[in-house]
Design a protein around this ligand. Structure first.
Ligand code: SF4
Ligand code: SF4
Length: 191
């Protein structure tokens, strides 16, 4: 009988402690972010390791990567594919499979030029696994704040079109000048 009373009192004490802890958390300010109604202050995300991104070398969407493959060799998850471009050391392909990445930083630490870093993309969602196969060069270009006059295909086509129009106008002007000078020049020419 006495033991049963003690056990019941212990159970009641345990219940009250549990209710006190629950009530304390219930009444204290919210510590999580109710996304998408609220987003975190970017300052608080500085230490967050999001998916890798290339570090910009300028505002035109150029990076620091020299296609040395050190990050590819260092990666334990085989997440990275880097292919050197035809000219210079700049890569033409830099693919990153975020589904395989364990965010270990071996790639970041092995890079001799500081060309890659962890982004602070905390609100990243993907409907498929393929959507997490990331093209880091395209991502770098999308973050450019200035347009390189020869940096995009559209810009190159625009420049090529302008050059073609200028060349045609010049040729037309020369033809017109020749046609104008033709009769006068042929007057003195032998028959
Ligand atoms: S963080 Fe680690 S796992 Fe992810 S790409 Fe870099 S080396 Fe590979
Ligand atoms: S990101 Fe760095 S380590 Fe990787 S290929 Fe480019 S320069 Fe080399």
């Amino acid at each position: 009988m006495f033991k049963a009373i003690i056990d019941n009192l212990k159970g009641l004490y345990s219940l009250l402690v549990g209710l006190f802890i629950t009530g304390d958390f219930f009444l204290s300010p919210q510590k999580t972010t109710h996304y998408p109604r609220k987003v975190d202050d970017p300052e608080t995300l500085k230490s967050y390791r999001g998916p890798l991104e290339l570090v910009p070398a300028d505002n035109y969407g150029n990076g620091k990567c020299i296609s040395c493959q050190m990050c590819v060799r260092a990666c334990p998850g085989h997440c990275l594919t880097v292919t050197k471009g035809d000219k210079g050391k700049e890569p033409k392909v830099y693919l990153y499979d975020f589904t395989l990445c364990c965010l270990c930083a071996a790639c970041v630490e092995s890079c001799p030029t500081g060309a890659i870093r962890f982004s602070h993309k905390v609100y990243m969602v993907a409907p498929t696994r393929e959507a997490l196969h990331l093209d880091l060069i395209a991502d770098l270009k999308s973050r450019a704040t200035k347009i390189d006059p020869m940096g995009t295909k559209a810009a190159r086509l625009k420049v090529a079109k302008a050059e073609a129009e200028a060349a045609k106008a010049k040729a037309d002007a020369e033809d017109a000048a020749k046609a104008k000078a033709g009769p006068a020049g042929s007057a003195g020419a032998p028959a």
